[in-house]
Design a protein. Structure first.
Length: 92
């Protein structure tokens, strides 16, 4: 099972919303994933424990060595199909 981390400023509202949407979309596609919402301050210490990072806030200065997906389309639905396809490609 692949692990996806979504981070925002507090790890409560925005990242939780995006994480839930990604989880539901993946389940609808029959993809087994574990999606976790965290605050950006925690990201540096847990980024090595995930397979994919979904970015909502800027991450300058962080050393991220996993694939990064843009989380904004999961909030706005603008470009959602394309970004979800990128995520699915990384999961396969």
């Amino acid at each position: 099972m692949k692990k996806i981390i979504v981070a925002c400023g507090s790890g409560v509202a925005t990242s939780q919303s995006v994480a839930s949407k990604i989880q539901n979309m993946c389940e609808d596609e029959g993809l087994s994933v574990d999606v976790e919402a965290v605050d950006i301050k925690s990201l540096d210490s847990i980024i090595d424990q995930c397979d994919i990072y979904v970015s909502i806030v800027p991450t300058e200065g962080l050393d991220i060595k996993v694939p990064i997906i843009n989380g904004i389309p999961f909030l706005t639905s603008l470009g959602l199909d394309e970004e979800f396809q990128k995520l699915k490609d990384l999961l396969s």
